[in-house]
Design a protein around this ligand. Structure first.
Ligand SMILES: Nc1ncnc2c1ncn2[C@@H]1O[C@H](C(=O)NS(=O)(=O)C[C@H]2[C@@H](O)[C@H](n3ccc(=O)[nH]c3=O)O[C@@H]2CO)[C@@H](O)[C@H]1O
Length: 126
């Protein structure tokens, strides 16, 4: 079974892409299995190396949308791509808008081992 950390990487990490084309979200949402059973409405891909994203876990601690206190906000802007389901897009045809941005991101981290943070959830970008 996939761990939350593995799920985070599957759903949100794409360090090797620098510039995205208009079809990026339609391809990646499918390739990363977020269009099975339903079209995931919103998903952000992060185009930064994993260690840079893990470093956010020792940056500004902020409250998560769900009220938990294990969210962290990146001190610098990150290269991201927001994928948003188009209006009128009907499952199984999941048609996404692709928007490449540079924004600060908010992630949730847990420490399964002391000093080794794991990224477990994408809370949003600001
Ligand atoms: N503090 C926590 N600590 C630990 N775990 C926590 C914590 N909080 C939740 N989880 C867990 O995470 C899992 C999860 O999938 N949460 S999710 O809200 O649905 C994710 C959102 C995000 O994927 C996406 N989105 C959204 C906006 C955006 O800009 N970009 C963008 O990509 O949309 C999704 C829905 O909003 C779930 O198992 C929950 O239990």
């Amino acid at each position: 079974k996939e761990s939350q950390a593995e799920k985070f990487q599957r759903q949100h990490m794409d360090p090797n892409t620098s510039t995205v084309t208009a079809g990026y979200c339609n391809e990646m949402m499918k390739r990363r299995s977020m269009t099975v059973g339903q079209c995931k409405p919103v998903n952000t891909f992060i185009h930064e190396p994993l260690h840079k994203v893990e470093a956010i876990c020792s940056q500004e601690n902020v409250r998560c949308k769900n009220g938990k206190s294990n969210c962290y906000k990146s001190s610098s802007k990150m290269r991201i791509t927001d994928c948003r389901l188009k209006k009128g897009s009907k499952y199984p045809k999941c048609d996404y808008e692709t928007q490449q941005l540079q924004k600060s991101i908010i992630v949730a981290c847990t420490y399964r081992q002391i000093h080794v943070p794991e990224l477990v959830h994408f809370d949003g970008s600001v």
